[in-house]
Write a protein that binds this ligand. Structure first.
Ligand SMILES: C[S@@+](CC[C@H](N)C(=O)[O-])C[C@H]1O[C@@H](n2cnc3c(N)ncnc32)[C@H](O)[C@@H]1O
Length: 165
């Protein structure tokens, strides 16, 4: 991952950590970059292996439900304005606002899937994670203040899950 202290390919099917050695996992805007069946579910299975029994998994990603609702409501205008408040340099290059919805889905070819709570819960469940619950960014930051705020609840899904076996 860019900017990390360790260069780990999360799609490689193997994490370089011993069994039961990880107490917390935070993945912000990463799961949407992995192919669901071949990469993401195997990553979650690896996380089951490396996590301690009481480990907590924190995930955020673009929220499929919020993105679709945004298109239906105003073609994404409010979400795009929210993006521009956070990233003043963001531009659609003059395209109409619905192009922002495409950008959320595709991220110029970098995104594989968007998730709503049900789909992400299913993927986590395939690896045995349970107690998946929707949270807010503030819940993540309260537990892990070392992460910078993204202020993106308006477009993102935040969940917390626990290892269940
Ligand atoms: C949208 S950025 C999010 C970065 C950071 N987590 C944040 O919240 O600002 C997506 C990140 O996923 C990482 N990524 C995508 N596919 C990856 C893979 N197969 N292995 C490791 N990292 C990956 C990219 O390197 C990038 O850092």
């Amino acid at each position: 991952m860019s900017g990390s202290e360790r260069d780990i390919d999360l799609a490689a099917g193997r994490l370089p950590f011993p069994d039961g050695s990880v107490t917390a996992v935070v993945m912000q805007h990463v799961v949407e970059h992995l192919e669901l069946h071949r990469q993401l579910v195997p990553l979650f299975q690896e996380l089951q292996r490396v996590c301690t029994d009481d480990a907590v998994l924190w995930i955020s990603c673009p929220d499929l439900a919020k993105v679709c609702a945004a298109y239906a409501t105003d073609r994404g205008q409010a979400l795009k304005e929210d993006r521009c408040r956070r990233w003043p340099e963001y531009t659609l290059g003059g395209a109409p606002v619905q192009q922002f919805i495409n950008d959320l889905f595709q991220a110029r070819g970098r995104h594989r899937n968007l998730f709503d709570l049900e789909l992400l819960t299913w993927a986590l469940g395939q690896a045995g994670f349970s107690a998946v619950e929707r949270i807010e960014e503030a819940d993540l930051l309260a537990a892990h203040p070392e992460f910078p705020p993204r202020h993106d609840d308006e477009q993102s899904l935040y969940v917390r899950a626990r290892k269940s076996r």
